[in-house]
Design a protein around this ligand. Structure first.
Ligand code: ATP
Length: 496
């Protein structure tokens, strides 16, 4: 077989069996979807294929021959390109500079690297700014940058860990076009996703993992949606959707007035109001200012023009933020301490308010441990143990930890950027219910999300962002897909 395979692979972390006797064959010229709930072992499988992790038993084969991938470098030398959930780019450097660093080149020729990367990206239909520091790019742009870098290094095997989780529908479609074209020209593509519609849209083959074991595998043409759903999400309780009622507008809790930020990718003239108990959704094509908007609304970045007020007080600095504003950043790891145990991350907010101090001003660790275990159980973080290292939790479980911590704090305002990205359908439903419940308790929520269905389900009021400006806004009752699509594409009608 041409392509890459896992054969009878088992991988344990302590007592945790992440993969058990897993076979997975990703063939040249085909797109193979790897699906399963949070913590099922998908990222571990991908890391073993890339050389970043090693199996305890079983083997990796490329073009039917066993290979020993000691680290990612070996994988790259075998033509494997990887785009992980946690990106490996250096934030202070541009994509072109990252490309130079990744490529063993002794002479740093920035112009050449930029041209090479732009050329590869354009041929693949990716649009990436190669000369902007990576820290200023949206997650979607960083992912596309990593993909372009992998292609520039000549990858013939592509491993993509949830590349669509931060993308809107149009961007997803464009990425799938790219993936399809690459597969048609002989690339073997492994794609991790939580969305069945995406599996249907792009995959030729599918493998479902359930708690580390393969529970379904085969060609898409042989597998019905029902079988796929059953294998992916098991038994679901079909709770009916609650009837949506738009919250009456009460006290104003967050207001952005004429907010602008520096730089060509900044915000301009942004006015947003969020009332207590209201959910205001912001949708748009990724890279149109969502990240800076979230940072400004959460008080991390001070705008160059205009003002931000929370509960009618100017939002200044860290102190104000901790007391009243919760923030789930697009990149979850910015809100966690990956190298420490879960307790350290669980108390990040509370500590700032002087919580968990004993009378002699030391930290009350028994109380912290109990608090953390309860928080993790409440939000179904697996394993629910305060001593687990955060970096050892799966991506979805880290996401549950951050969102749970931020919503539990009963903030005046919560700024949530992509709160359900990377979550399996069951976990996403649970988090949406928590967002709704937080609003019902009176928190004003600014929900910035690439998932239009999610915004539609939750938001009372919707704003469309394009090139750093709010180009359209309307109450949920006026929602129409055409209107949103047009506004996202830069065609406005009605309010501006
Ligand atoms: N470095 C590690 N140390 C300890 N445990 C780990 C480590 N990496 C993964 N695990 C555990 O292995 C299991 C599988 O994790 P993995 O990240 O592969 O899941 P996943 O299917 O990718 O989940 P998600 O959809 O949430 O990203 C989880 O229980 C996780 O906690």
């Amino acid at each position: 077989m041409t392509g890459i395979e896992l054969r009878a692979v088992t991988r344990r972390f302590g007592h945790q069996v992440a993969l058990c006797d897993v076979d997975l064959a990703v063939r040249a010229g085909r797109v193979h979807a790897l699906v399963g709930e949070n913590g099922a072992g998908k990222s571990t499988a991908l890391k073993i294929l890339s050389g970043a992790e090693h199996p305890d038993a079983g083997s990796v084969l490329i073009d039917a021959g066993p290979v020993r991938l000691r680290h990612r470098r070996d994988g790259i030398d075998h033509g494997i390109g990887t785009v992980m959930q946690q990106l490996s780019l250096i934030g202070d450097l541009t994509l072109a500079e990252n490309h130079i660093l990744a490529g063993d080149r002794f002479r740093a020729d920035r112009g050449r690297a930029a041209r090479e990367l732009t050329g590869v990206a354009e041929r693949a239909g990716l649009r990436i700014p190669v000369d902007t520091p990576v820290a200023e790019l949206e997650l979607a742009q960083r992912q596309q940058g990593e993909l372009a870098m992998a292609l520039a290094r000549g990858a013939r095997i592509l491993l993509l860990d949830e590349p669509t989780s931060a993308l809107g529908p149009h961007e997803t479609e464009a990425l799938f076009d790219t993936i399809r074209t690459l597969a048609d020209s002989g690339t073997a593509v492994l794609l991790i996703t939580h969305r069945i519609d995406e599996v249907r849209a792009v995959a030729d083959d599918v493998t479902v993992l359930t708690r580390g074991r393969v529970t379904l595998s085969g060609a898409m043409t042989d597998i019905s949606d029902e079988r796929l759903v059953a294998a992916m999400i098991g038994e679901q309780d079909d709770r009916t959707e609650p009837v949506r009622t738009v919250a009456p507008r009460t006290a104003l809790v967050l207001s952005l007035t004429e907010v602008g930020t520096a730089g060509s990718k900044g915000l301009a003239g942004v006015d947003i109001t969020v009332h207590a108990g209201e959910i205001v959704g912001v949708v748009g094509v990724g890279g149109n200012g969502q990240r800076i908007l979230a940072e400004v609304a959460a008080g991390l970045v001070t705008p160059t023009t205009g003002s931000v007020r929370v509960a009618d007080r100017p939002l200044t600095g860290d102190a104000a933020r901790r007391e009243t504003v919760s923030y789930v950043p697009e990149e979850r790891d910015e809100a966690l301490l990956p190298d420490a145990d879960a307790a350290h991350s669980a108390i990040l907010r509370t500590l700032g308010r002087g919580g968990f101090r004993t009378r002699v001003r030391t930290l009350d660790w028994p109380a912290i441990r109990t608090f953390t275990d309860t928080l993790m159980r409440r939000h179904d973080v697996r394993p629910a143990s305060s001593t687990v290292r955060v970096g050892a939790l799966s991506g979805g479980n880290r996401q549950k930890l951050v969102v749970g911590r931020e919503l539990d704090a009963n903030p005046v305002v919560a700024v949530l950027h992509g709160p359900t990205q990377g979550l399996d359908p069951r976990a996403a439903v649970a988090i949406r219910a928590e967002i709704r419940a937080a609003a019902d308790r009176g928190t004003g929520i600014l929900l910035i999300s690439a998932d239009i269905d999610e915004v539609r389900e939750l938001a009372d009021h919707i704003l469309v962002i394009s090139r750093g400006r709010i180009v359209d806004e309307f109450d949920i009752g006026q929602y129409s897909p055409t209107r949103v699509g047009r506004a996202m594409a830069g065609v406005t009608e009605g309010a501006a």
